[in-house]
Design a binder for this molecule. Structure first.
Ligand code: GLC
Ligand code: CA
Length: 593
């Protein structure tokens, strides 16, 4: 049915660049397999043995709009974060990734920047930023900032200039197509109501390009002046002492500016056409040379291209581009109808093996663009919510790669599943709702899918306590608080020794105290077990075994190891099972040697 197809297309569209991975993985594998046949390069082992703070880090992602409101306007802010720095420190995490806090008209919650050197009024001012950074550093926490430079806001001064005349010096900061040449070849937009990435502007009788919303015009990276502006701006923040950059949507930054016609149906796999285009590596090398290499900062790009080779090319230490890959294949596994544990194991094992000798990965199952971790990958039924959330936390904290953990997941916060479109705030969702209305889509189905998959599920306010609005604000929150805040909140969990929150603290500590969990070799056991994920991690004579039951009933693992002398380091049940089976969603970490 057409409308169902369009809905699925929408839900997939935002994620489509990620889905493309599935189609190109085989090619990627072949490439990598091919590589490993060559004689090893001298520096091939360099990445793995090279200890780095960003490999040993546990990254905690803060969505500032929803974390803590200090002044009762219903919007989280920097002073709110400052008031919670001791909480963040208590988690044991040592890096914070902060979603964009720059000046912005908020078409896409800060991913539409109107001034890169200033702080969004909703969030405070530069003095607040400086105080926040100082407060983090005093507590041994580093700060990674979002860098949104595939596009700016249409309210950025550059764009105002650029659109004002065809001869304005800022004209080439963006991509324009003069309408005298006719209509440009179609380009797909992720967020536009019509999915059309070309917006006509009558001032100069020309179209501008926007891969995201109309208020997010794409910057022209071919222009050396633009690049210099961005590098100078990065230095401005690095000079303030920030510790890293997360490059938003950057794999799309390079474009073939002749704008050739793409084949029919290209939009179904547009990442293939948008990501990693010629020029991108040169831009990254220049960025590395001018900025990244001059500071002790970490760098991670959102997305990792179209193949393992792309991912490697972004992060291999000897290429001097970025530090670590952030690939979407894992986070995309969970679908509203569920997922296969075998597939989950296969994907994570594959990415680990491909990066076993070179490069470095991020490990994550959630972020601000996803619905909630426990609702997507675990079981948010009250009976299993806590234990399944702790099981997923165990996975994230025991894999090789740098863990990225999204705020609120340490409490096992769940999807809000709003039923009314008026409760949603996400522009992509609201635009798609409009699109579906325009084309006569199946709105009931659209709302059902939105309730489980919309990224607003992950953006409801942090649940601090059982006071009004979960203690997040004294005013009216910008987005509704999840109604389960009276039972799921930080104050309650802080006091409860076995809460998801305290479990998170324990396992972060375990990771930080055991280099084997960071650098140790990963080996998958009991590969064909459809319910249990079992693997070992080994380093310098130390060997850990991790057993994770992904099911709501007891399951056995077939690992062929004698565990009678093994030491249990952590278990998400107070009483581990004794009958050889794992309890529902049980997670255990053993030390074998
Ligand atoms: C990235 C961000 C997302 C944003 C988009 C456009 O995917 O993670 O939140 O909407 O880029 O900037
Ligand atoms: Ca506020």
């Amino acid at each position: 049915m057409l409308e169902i197809n369009s809905i699925i297309a929408f839900l997939a569209k935002y994620l489509m660049r990620r889905i493309t991975f599935h189609r190109v993985i085989a090619a990627g594998l072949l490439l990598i397999a091919g590589l490993s046949c060559h004689a090893p390069r001298k520096d091939q082992h360099k990445d793995m043995t090279d200890h780095k703070w960003w490999k040993e880090a546990v990254v905690y992602q803060i969505y500032p709009r929803s974390f803590m409101d200090s002044n009762g306007d219903g919007i989280g802010d920097l002073k709110g974060i400052i008031s919670k720095l001791d909480y963040i420190k208590s988690l044991g995490v040592n890096v914070v990734w902060l979603n964009p806090i720059y000046s912005s008209p908020n078409d896409d919650n800060g991913y539409d920047v109107s001034d890169y050197r200033n702080v969004m009024k909703d969030f405070g001012n530069m003095a607040d930023f400086n105080a926040m950074l100082k407060g983090m550093h005093e507590r041994g926490i580093k700060l990674v900032m979002d860098l949104v430079v595939n596009h700016s806001s249409d309210e950025h001064e550059w764009f105002k200039q650029s659109r004002s005349s065809r001869t304005n010096p800022y004209r080439d900061y963006y991509h324009w197509w003069n309408a005298d040449r006719g209509k440009p070849a179609p380009r797909y937009s992720l967020f536009d109501v019509n999915h059309d990435a070309w917006m006509y502007d009558s001032t100069t009788n020309a179209y501008y390009l926007h891969y995201f919303s109309r208020k997010q015009p794409d910057l022209n990276w071919e222009n050396p002046k633009l690049r210099q502006e961005i590098f100078d701006m990065m230095k401005f923040w690095a000079d303030k002492g920030i510790d890293g950059f997360r490059l938003d949507a950057f794999q799309f930054a390079a474009k073939d500016t002749t704008f050739p016609v793409f084949p029919q149906g290209y939009e179904k796999e547009f990442t293939k056409y948008y990501a990693m285009q010629p020029g991108l590596h040169e831009y990254l090398k220049e960025m590395n040379n001018q900025v990244l290499s001059k500071y002790d900062v970490m760098s991670v790009a959102e997305g990792a291209g179209n193949s393992f080779q792309d991912a490697h090319d972004l992060v291999d230490a000897n290429r001097d581009e970025l530090n670590m890959a952030y690939a979407f294949e894992g986070v995309d596994i969970a679908k509203p109808e569920g997922y296969s544990v075998l597939h989950f194991k296969e994907v994570f094992s594959k990415w680990d093996s491909v990066f076993a000798k070179k490069g470095w990965l991020s490990i994550f199952l959630a972020n601000h663009d996803q619905a909630r971790l426990v609702s997507r990958f675990g079981n948010d039924d009250p009976k299993f919510r806590e234990v399944s959330s702790k099981m997923l936390t165990t996975f994230i904290m025991t894999m090789r790669g740098t863990p990225y953990y999204y705020n609120g997941d340490e409490l096992g916060m769940t999807n809000a599943g709003f039923k009314d479109i008026n409760d949603y705030r996400d522009k992509a969702t609201l635009n798609e709702y409009q699109h579906q209305m325009n084309i006569g889509g199946n709105m009931a189905e659209f709302m059902r899918q939105t309730a489980c998959s919309c990224r607003d599920n992950g953006r409801t306010p942090f649940q601090w306590n059982s006071n009004a609005n979960a203690g997040f604000t004294t005013g009216a929150p910008w987005i509704k608080v999840n109604s389960n805040y009276t039972t799921i909140n930080e104050a309650v969990q802080d006091k409860e020794p076995n809460s998801p929150l305290n479990y998170f603290r324990k396992i972060v500590k375990l990771r930080k105290e055991n280099a084997v969990l960071v650098y140790g070799k990963y080996t998958l056991l009991d590969k064909s077990n459809p319910d249990v994920y079992a693997y070992t991690r080994e380093l310098d004579g130390k060997k850990f075994l991790i057993l994770l039951n992904f099911r709501s009933d007891a399951k056995a693992a077939n690992i062929g190891l004698d565990l009678s002398k093994a030491k249990i380091l952590i278990d998400n049940y107070t009483e581990p099972s004794t009958d050889g089976k794992l309890k529902p969603y049980e997670a255990v970490v053993y030390q074998l040697q």
